[in-house]
Design a protein around this ligand. Structure first.
Ligand code: GUN
Ligand code: ZN
Length: 629
């Protein structure tokens, strides 16, 4: 949302892609002429914008001048009067790093005013949507507490306030703490707005944290100071030999042309560039979400400034929170961009799966640098060394794994499953990733009786944490399809599911062209199809029935109400508002079971959202049903 100045605006922001704008109700209120016009003709006419208009309340002025001459009720009434689409209560933007006492006292007032605004709206039955701003300075617990209190109000939007000073001073690490501790306590079905965020350099990071909206006057304020916004940072006109991008302005003019212009004309052109760059970045971000590689974009963007890199690393501390919102299955490969990638959802999730695996008695770690690993290891076995004491190997009770950056260990039975094959990392490993792997290994191998590591692995990765004291025979990795499909089902749905799905007389059909497993039948019935792109199973009816029998309620289930039951049975998609409950382990793109309150299996399908979103959303689809019963 570009900020529109109610008096000075000269740029038509719609031309640059703005579908919604924000302006300041307090500035209008304070100016007799603007005020009268806004009351008579409405805010849309006043600022000449025929889309949704959000107004701020004067809180920002309050944070700068320490005082405003309007109270909360007046500013809400006024915004309603001028037909604002989205109004804001008079929150107190508490600066960062104040004392706890000040933050708490301010917060009390902010909360009271938010409540007063919602009450006013309900009592007067008005249509205007309401912002309830999250405050709490740089105290994470106060931010969380504020967000939780505001959530109870059912506001229409939740802005996160008082972050401008953090961004102005490059305190991006603290920004991550403030935003994450706020958002983790806000509902999933209400947009979150990062107030005053206008530099395209931070958009990707903010979106990754869960922000949906931005507003800023940066595009014009920077332009008036001859500064160009870019995703690489800010450029000052006086230092430019080359124009910074390929927008219309940068194509048409040289820095010298601009310098020769009258200031007003120049500022307008730079502002146009700034808007172009900002909207272009939003498009790049939206596409990255569609493609499933937003975190790759964040890691790339954050490399433009060390303080942003710091923030990106800080975001890694919230890896478990972020994992919940990350689809388990994506179309794009996982790209490793550096040690920050080690905290991504895909890695966190895989290591969790490894920790929870049914541990067998022995572990053999094999070398392979080519994917799919299982295809290449048997040709490449080196010598084995025993970790521990006597070597006694029972191949049936052995886990074969390869060592890998960044997924640490990859069981060979599941090495084709996303993203264990669908990932790229550089050949030369960085010290951070090796340390990460070593740490994980030393934790992980404790569960095993014996760990054998090929000498080639040790050589390749230069891992030296094992007490190696004897040498083994050569071992061939024997991959059995039956074992493989069971391991994949266990990995996808949970331990033991493989045996439950694939019992009886099995028939495994493979693609003639690729040799990959495609269909699995048991006693003549189709159980599941294996998707070629990610090697996950897509259940057939009998597979869903067996999964339902094996998994205990409410595992892997979405529970729908009575109204929705006949639709689900017919194979129609399930809408979020009909869902009563669901398994907290569900992520977007998972294969899930649809049941009623008595746990009768109604249908099965693919979830479009994670459990928290399914529970919070009241509109839209939750599950794309494959088949009903
Ligand atoms: N604009 C930038 N920061 C803030 C804030 O904290 N509150 C309000 N209302 N507006 C802002
Ligand atoms: Zn440009």
């Amino acid at each position: 949302m570009p900020v529109i100045h109610p008096r000075k605006q000269t740029i038509d922001v719609r031309k640059f892609g703005a579908e919604i704008v924000i302006t300041n109700a307090y500035l209008i209120y304070k100016d007799e002429e603007l005020k009268q016009k806004a009351i008579d003709e409405g805010i849309h006419k006043l600022i000449n914008f025929n889309g949704p208009v959000m107004t701020d309340s004067g809180s920002f002025q309050l944070s700068i001048y320490g005082d405003v001459d309007i109270n909360n009720e007046e500013v809400i009434e006024f915004q309603e009067l001028i037909k604002t689409d989205i109004g804001t209560s008079l929150d107190i933007p508490t600066a960062p790093y104040v004392t706890r006492e000040k933050a708490e006292n301010d917060l009390k007032i902010t909360l009271e005013r938010a409540k007063e605004a919602v009450k006013y709206k309900e009592e007067n039955n008005i249509n205007m949507l309401l912002n309830s701003v999250v405050q709490g300075s740089t105290f994470s617990d106060l931010r969380s507490c504020c967000a939780e209190e505001l959530s109870k109000l059912n506001a229409d939007l939740y802005p996160i306030g008082a972050v401008v000073p953090l961004m102005e001073n490059y305190r991006y690490r603290d920004l991550v703490d403030v935003v994450t501790s706020s958002i983790s306590h806000l509902p999933n079905d209400v947009p979150r707005h990062l107030m005053g965020a206008g530099h395209p350099m931070v958009f990707a990071l903010a979106v990754a944290m869960g922000c949906d909206l931005f507003d800023s006057a940066a595009y014009i304020l920077y332009a008036e100071d001859d500064r160009f916004l870019t995703i690489r940072g800010t450029y000052k006109l006086e230092n430019l030999q080359e124009m910074p991008c390929s927008c219309e302005v940068c194509n048409k003019y040289t820095p010298d042309d601009l310098k020769a212009m009258e200031k007003k004309e120049r500022a307008k052109l730079i502002a146009e560039h700034n808007l172009r760059v900002s909207f272009a970045e939003l498009r790049v971000i939206r596409q990255a979400i569609i493609d499933g590689n937003l975190m790759e974009l964040v890691e790339e963007r954050c490399r433009v400034h060390p303080m942003l890199l710091d923030a990106c690393r800080q975001l890694g501390k919230y890896a478990d929170d972020l994992e919940v919102y990350d689809p388990r299955i994506k179309k794009s490969a996982f790209f490793y961009t550096g040690p920050e990638s080690l905290n991504r959802a895909e890695v966190v999730r895989h290591l969790d799966k490894l920790r929870n695996m049914d541990k067998k008695r022995d572990l053999i770690i094999l070398p392979s640098s080519r994917k799919p690993y299982s295809k290449y290891v048997s040709d490449n076995l080196g010598d084995f060394y025993i970790y521990g004491s006597e070597m006694k190997l029972d191949l049936k009770n052995t886990d074969f794994m390869v060592l890998d950056v960044p997924f640490c260990l990859i069981p060979l039975n599941i090495d084709e499953v996303y993203p264990l094959s669908q990932n790229e990392s550089p050949k030369i490993k960085d010290a951070d990733s090796l340390e990460f792997i070593e740490d994980f290994l030393s934790e992980f191998i404790e569960y095993y009786e014996q760990t054998l590591i090929s000498s080639k692995v040790i050589e390749e990765l230069n891992i030296g944490l094992y007490n190696i004291h004897s040498q083994s025979d050569e071992i061939k990795f024997i991959k059995k399809d039956e074992e493989k499909i069971k391991s994949i089902a266990d990995y996808q749905f949970g331990n033991g599911v493989g045996n439950a799905l694939f019992k009886g007389k099995l028939k495994i059909e493979k693609s003639k062209k690729t040799g990959k497993i495609r269909h699995v039948y048991s006693d003549g019935e189709l159980i599941a199809n294996m998707r070629a792109s990610d090697a996950f199973f897509v259940l057939a009816k009998e597979g869903a029935r067996r999964l339902h029998e094996k998994m205990e309620f409410p595992e892997n289930r979405v529970i729908v109400n009575k109204d929705s039951e006949p639709f689900a049975r017919e194979g129609k998609s399930v809408f979020s508002k009909f869902v009563i409950d669901c398994d907290t382990n569900i992520r977007a793109n998972d294969e899930v079971l649809i049941v009623n309150e008595n746990d009768e299996l109604l249908a099965f399908g693919k979830s479009l959202l994670n459990y928290a979103e399914i529970m919070d959303f009241n509109v839209g689809q939750a599950i794309k049903t494959r088949k009903g019963f």
